[in-house]
Design a protein. Structure first.
Lengths: 519, 311
């Protein structure tokens, strides 16, 4: 269900062009600008230092309710807060702006108690009206995440520190919906009218937006932040699209932290002195899917042939150099929701048999990928060569992300490959992708049985019963090859050894609240 | 009338009295006497051979893995894989061989487009002059004012990436050069006696251009063609490098260079061999272009001969 963390196509491809043409020469100049600010800030701070983080893309805009781009959320994570947040390791929901919450017996009313010591960056006090304003904005203006609040009937504010959310049906994943990421951030009441939210920010988070530049964004520490941090004077996010460049800067000490690490460099990097490199399983998954509305892919035999014709191990290895775990379902094995179900193996013989049963000979398949995510192109090349062995001719169609999305939306494809990032609840992993009329069911899969299971699971409040329902649904989805799941990639980040207090997270949220740099 | 025209042409194109060999023999001999040009011809012969016979010569397919990815990727050059293997365990030598065709086809077609449209525009502009000339040449100036590669990127952005569109884009970019070169030469010959004589006996414009002007402005166009071939191949490499040209898994030297760039620390061979191929091909076209210029331009030629500067 989440599509929040995708890079915006145009900006990123432009950055790619610039990076490729200029070789980063102009970047160097701007860095000096950043360093100048660093010196000025350092003079007045207590703990000191400006953290420089290199991210691969440029935020398309900074309105948390509108953007769907991952680079935006990398920045916004440090500027805004949500009522609850996923814990750093297990992603269980923890208090943030809300200190506690309870659910009524009929599961239709959730009551949140809010902190009373929180102020926005402009000094205004945070209260329940801000929560109601923020959620109503998302619902009324039908913004990117309105679907997360689909079951919300009313938001009541009996007093300044209490918010009651009235639901039309039980919503066991409400916490994930309102706190999964900063797309559900709490804005001060009236912020959309008072500020140009796409370029300005007024949150309750540890850092304030200082300035936006073509190649970087500066944040400065918010002194009155309600939490413990921040312990640095500010954070500079620099946009470096080229992984090799980001690494060079990291090695030179011009950058303290980066997540832009070419997979093939991971091994050599880990051996390097003075750097911390971590690579942990993420909650993302990558998959490919065929168009159920096109012949001959509507034939289950053909889909089975494809599922048996590919070698997932090799695909994951080629794309991530070992920093990925193959999976035939969406949810990575260490999650509570994981289901150990793997009916397929790389078996060209069987794949050929399935093709024969389908009566298909000389099948050709257009596989749509995008250079926005280079791993999709790599994987497509591997799939092309694997399916070539069973006589399927794969034509790789590399599109810009914009065109890619258009074609996906119009159903103009044989097959495509992409990933879903930052999911926490199984609802997010499976619901809108596989339900008949699902908003993300571009492949056109439709099964009554799956629908029933998914709908039941969506409102089931008993955790174990809910998990069981999802397991049944997943088996059906995998058997029908609605998605052909490939792997869960690792999240890989590197930072200088002197940086402390940073935790790498499976949901790729980048939080610098507790980070310290040596003085 | 046709007899008269032929006589004129023979007179105008006649070699110096001392040398009675046919003109093409003179040119060929002069070229052969230039050792650098000979070397360049040899290199181009090899590249051409690779382009034509690549699929039957290459030991592996363009997207064929030589073994399992984990065991065979990023292998350095060895006897089995003289250019090493890439990150998907594919044979780099095979891909370089197969990539030659993309470079050559793009070069040839793009220059073909530029040559025909540019020459035609230049002939018309130079021959008729006046408003037509102004209109055509100002349009060319507009095209010329964009940096070539930026222009090509813009065209590909409109048409969409791919080999065919890359050819069209590069072709369009090089039209103005041909138009200018042609127009300049046409201006210098159109008032010459043999042209005026042909016109005075009633030759049509089309005939004048075709029989009397074009043959006499051909030399600089031929030189421009060879040099443009070099630049077109370079442009194809640049576009593919940026992901706008040949689409994967097909190979082209520019694409391979782009892919190899990310691995330069672990696998230099991924970038070096396609890079060398581009370098050698472009250099060869340039050398031949230079040599042709020396040979076809009688003023320079006589200077070279009289000063004993021939190589």
């Amino acid at each position: 269900m989440l599509r929040p963390r995708r890079v915006v196509p145009f900006v990123a491809s432009l950055a790619l062009l610039l990076g490729a043409c200029s070789g980063g020469g102009e970047g160097v100049e701007e860095v000096t600008g950043g360093d100048g600010a660093d010196g000025a800030d350092g003079a007045e701070g207590q703990e000191g230092g400006t953290l420089v983080a290199a991210i691969s893309g440029q935020p398309d805009q900074l309105d948390p309710h509108q953007t769907t781009a991952y680079p935006s959320f990398q920045v916004l994570e440090n500027v805004y807060d949500t009522l609850v947040v996923p814990g750093p390791e297990d992603l269980e929901f923890q208090p943030s702006l809300a200190t506690e919450w309870e659910v009524s017996d009929d599961n239709l009313t959730w009551t949140f108690t809010l902190r009373d010591d929180v102020t926005f960056h402009d000094g205004a006090t945070f209260d329940s009206a801000d929560v109601a304003y923020s959620y109503n904005r998302i619902i009324d203006e039908e913004l990117a995440n309105a679907f997360r609040l689909a079951s919300v009937e009313e938001i009541r504010t009996p007093d300044e520190t209490t918010v009651e959310i009235q639901l039309s049906e039980p919503t066991p994943n409400l916490l994930a919906n309102i706190g999964g990421f900063k797309g559900m951030a709490i804005l001060p009441e009236g912020a959309a009218d008072a500020l140009d939210l796409s370029n300005e920010a007024n949150g309750t988070g540890p850092f304030m937006l200082e300035s936006m530049n073509p190649d970087s964004i500066q944040l400065s520490a918010y002194e009155d932040y309600w939490g413990e941090g921040p312990f640095v004077d500010g954070v500079t996010f620099r946009f470096i699209s080229e992984g090799t460049t980001a690494l060079t800067e990291l090695q030179a000490g011009d950058v303290h932290w980066t997540d832009n690490i070419p997979p093939q460099r991971l091994e050599s990097l880990q051996a390097e002195e003075g750097l911390v490199v971590e690579s942990i399983a993420s909650v993302d998954y990558w998959y490919w899917a065929v168009n159920f509305e096109r012949e001959p892919f509507s034939d289950p035999n053909v889909r089975n042939a494809l599922a048996f014709g590919i070698d997932r191990e090799e695909i994951a290895e080629a794309a991530h150099f070992g920093a990925a775990t193959v999976n035939q379902t969406a949810i990575s094995p260490d999650s509570f929701w994981a289901h150990d179900y793997a009916p397929y193996s790389h078996d060209p013989e069987q794949a050929r048999q399935f093709l024969e049963d389908a009566g298909v000979d000389g099948l050709s398949l257009g596989l749509m990928v995008t250079n926005e995510f280079p791993q999709t192109v790599t994987v497509a090349e591997v799939i092309a060569s694997q399916l070539g062995q069973i006589g399927i001719d794969v034509e790789i169609q590399t599109e810009t992300f914009g065109t890619w999305l258009d074609r996906q939306g119009q159903g103009d494809f044989d097959a495509f490959m992409l990933g879903w990032l930052g999911n926490i609840d199984p609802f997010g992993y499976y619901h809108s992708q596989h339900i008949c009329e699902g908003s993300n069911n571009y492949q056109g899969y439709c099964s009554e049985e799956t629908d029933e299971l998914l709908n039941q699971a969506a409102t089931e409040t008993d955790q174990d019963a809910r998990r069981d329902l999802y397991h049944q649904a997943v088996e059906k989805i995998v058997d029908d090859n609605s998605y052909m799941y490939l792997y869960n990639p690792n999240v890989t980040q590197a930072w200088v050894e002197s940086l402390s207090g940073y935790t790498i997270r499976p949901d790729r949220a980048i939080n610098f609240e507790e980070v310290r740099l040596p003085g | 009338m046709s007899g008269a025209a032929t006589t004129h042409e023979a007179e105008a194109g006649a070699p110096p009295a001392v040398d009675t060999r046919p003109r093409w023999r003179q040119i060929a001999d002069l070229l052969v006497s230039n050792r650098l040009a000979l070397f360049a011809l040899f290199v181009l012969g090899v590249v051409l051979l690779a382009g034509i016979l690549g699929p039957s010569l290459a030991p592996y397919g363009v997207n064929e893995r030589v073994g399992s990815i984990v065991d065979f990727r990023l292998r350095p050059p060895s006897l089995n894989h003289i250019f090493g293997t890439d990150e998907l365990a594919r044979d780099v030598f095979s891909r370089v061989l197969l990539g030659a065709r993309a470079s050559l086809v793009v070069g040839a077609v793009a220059v073909g487009i530029a040559l025909t449209s540019g020459t035609l525009l230049g002939l018309v502009a130079g021959f008729y002059g006046g408003k037509i000339d102004d209109f055509i040449m100002r349009a060319m100036d507009v095209l010329f004012s964009f940096p070539a590669i930026l222009m090509a990127i813009a065209v590909v952005a409109v048409l969409g990436p791919g080999l065919v569109n890359a050819m069209i884009a590069i072709g369009i970019v090089y039209i103005p050069i041909f138009a200018r070169v042609t127009r300049g030469s046409v201006l210098s010959v159109r008032e010459l006696v043999y042209v005026r004589a042909a016109r005075s006996i009633g030759a049509s414009d089309a005939r004048l251009i075709r029989r009397h002007i074009l043959p006499n402005v051909a030399a600089p166009i031929i030189v421009q063609t060879t040099i443009s071939l070099a630049f077109a191949i370079l442009s194809e490499a640049a576009l593919s490098f940026l992901g706008l040209g040949v689409q994967p898994p097909a190979a082209s030297w520019g694409r391979m260079l782009a892919e190899g760039r990310g691995f330069i620390q672990q696998a230099w061979w991924m970038a070096v061999f396609p890079g060398l191929s581009i370098f050698m091909t472009v250099l060869s076209f340039n050398l031949i272009g230079d040599a042709l210029r020396d040979v076809l331009d009688p003023h320079q030629r006589s200077a070279i001969e009289s000063q004993g500067l021939g190589v």
